[in-house]
Design a binder for this molecule. Structure first.
Ligand SMILES: Nc1ncnc2c1ncn2[C@@H]1O[C@H](COP(=O)(O)OP(=O)(O)O)[C@@H](O)[C@H]1O
Ligand code: SF4
Ligand SMILES: [Mg+2]
Length: 337
C-alpha cells in the first residue's frame, strides 16, 4: 500500500481584486505518495503557483483559501496556525522556487543559510549542520563544496544557486518537496541537468515530489502522475503513460501537439500552438473553461459546469462533456517557426 504524503481535496482560492473576485483555483484535488513525482502542468496564469503556495500556507495575505481536506502524512495542516506551519515548512515539506534569489538571503553566506535550515528544526551542533551542508552540496553536484560555504549567493551562477536551493530544501530530509518551475530561469542545457538531479534525489531520499512546469517535454521524462491545469481547474489527471498515450481532454491534446515527444514526433514536423488566450478568472464562470479555445466546443459546453469524470482506464480522469473516444480534437495548429 503506498504511503500517502499529501492529500488535497477541493482546494479553492479567492482573491479580492479591484474589478471583483479572482478565482485562480477552483476546487482542485490531488495527492502525492511517498517516492512519487506528481507533475502539475498548464499555461502561465492557470493557478499552479498559487496551488503550491496554498499547500505551504504562503498565499498572499488577501487570498482566501478553502479546502475540504489538506493533509500532510495523514494529519490536517488546514488552519493549524502560523507557529505549527513554520515548524513544518523547510522541515517536513520544502519548496524550491523558480528564482533562487527570492529564497536565498544576499547578506549571508550559503554555509550559514544551509546550516540554519537544519539548526532551526533539529537538535544538532553547528559542526554537524556544517557537515550535512557539505555532504548535500556535494550530492547536488557542487565541487569543492567546503570552499563554497563561505561564498555569498551573488558569487554563484544561476545554476549553482538553484543547486544550493535544492540542497537547502533537503537539509531536514523532508517528506515532500514542491518545486515550482525550478529551471525556467536557467539555460536550456542546465535545465535538464537540474531536473535529472531532482528526479535522482527524489528517488534516493524516497520523498514525494510535486514538480510544477509549463513544459510537457520535461514531464514526460520525470513524472509518475500528471495533473493538467487550465483556468483554475484540473482538466485531466492520470499516470504519465495515460496522459501521454491516451490524452483525453482537448486541452491536453493541444498541449501535446505543441511539443516534440521523443520517439513520437517526426523530425522536421511542425509543432503547434493553441490559438486564443486563457479566460479571465475574475467573477463567475459558467460552462467549460476551455470552450472559447476548443475546436470541439458546442452548445452544451457553454451551459453547465463540467465535472471531472473517469476516462477510459482506472485512475485517469478528464473534464469534458464528450465521451473519451469523441475528444480527438483536430487542432487548427498554427505552425511555430
Ligand atoms: N498576489 C496576487 N494578487 C492577485 N492576483 C494574483 C496574485 N498572484 C497570482 N494572481 C493571479 O492568479 C492567477 C494564477 O496565478 P499563478 O498561480 O501564479 O499561475 P501560474 O503559476 O499557473 O502561472 C493569475 O491570473 C495571476 O495573475
Ligand atoms: S466540454 Fe466542450 S469545450 Fe470543453 S473541452 Fe469538452 S468539447 Fe471542448
Ligand atoms: Mg507560476
Amino acid at each position: 500500500m503506498p504511503e500517502r504524503i499529501l492529500e488535497v481535496e477541493d482546494l479553492t482560492i479567492d482573491i479580492p481584486v479591484p474589478s471583483g473576485v479572482l478565482h485562480p483555483v477552483q476546487g482542485i484535488s490531488f495527492h502525492v505518495d511517498r517516492g512519487e513525482t506528481l507533475c502539475i502542468v498548464g499555461e502561465s496564469g492557470c493557478g499552479k503557483s498559487l496551488t503550491s503556495l496554498a499547500v505551504m500556507d504562503l498565499l498572499p495575505q488577501k487570498a482566501i483559501r478553502r479546502a475540504a481536506r489538506l493533509e500532510l502524512d495523514k494529519s490536517s495542516i488546514l488552519d493549524i496556525g502560523e507557529r505549527p506551519m513554520a515548524d513544518i515548512r523547510g522541515n517536513r515539506m520544502s519548496m524550491i522556487f523558480q528564482e533562487p534569489m527570492t529564497s536565498l538571503n544576499p547578506a549571508y553566506t550559503i554555509g550559514n543559510q544551509l546550516a540554519e535550515a537544519l539548526l532551526r528544526h533539529r537538535k544538532v551542533t553547528a559542526s554537524e549542520a556544517r557537515d550535512r551542508a557539505i555532504y548535500l552540496l556535494e550530492r547536488v553536484g557542487i565541487t569543492a563544496a567546503k570552499g563554497r560555504l563561505g561564498q555569498y549567493p551573488h558569487q554563484l551562477s544561476g545554476g549553482l544557486r538553484q543547486r544550493v536551493m535544492i540542497a537547502m530544501a533537503l537539509m531536514c530530509e523532508p517528506d515532500l518537496i514542491i518545486a515550482d518551475e525550478p529551471t525556467t530561469a536557467l539555460d536550456v542545457t542546465i535545465q535538464a541537468q537540474i531536473l535529472h538531479l531532482l528526479a535522482e534525489l527524489q528517488d534516493e531520499f524516497h520523498m514525494g515530489l510535486i514538480l510544477i512546469t509549463h513544459d510537457l517535454g520535461v514531464v514526460a521524462r520525470v513524472a509518475d502522475r500528471v495533473a493538467v491545469m487550465y483556468a483554475g481547474q484540473i482538466v485531466e489527471k492520470g499516470t504519465a503513460a495515460q496522459i501521454y498515450e491516451s490524452p483525453t481532454h482537448p486541452y491536453t491534446q493541444g498541449l501535446l501537439a505543441c511539443i516534440p515527444i521523443p520517439g513520437k514526433t517526426e523530425r522536421g514536423a511542425h509543432l503547434g500552438a493553441i490559438p486564443g488566450i486563457v479566460p479571465s478568472l475574475v467573477g463567475d464562470m459558467r460552462g467549460c473553461h476551455f470552450a472559447s479555445r476548443c475546436p470541439l466546443a458546442h452548445d452544451p459546453c457553454w451551459r453547465e459546469d463540467v465535472a471531472l469524470t473517469p476516462a477510459a482506464s482506472e485512475g485517469h480522469d478528464y473534464r469534458c462533456v464528450l465521451a473519451p473516444d469523441k475528444t480527438a480534437a483536430s487542432f487548427d495548429i498554427e505552425a511555430v517557426a
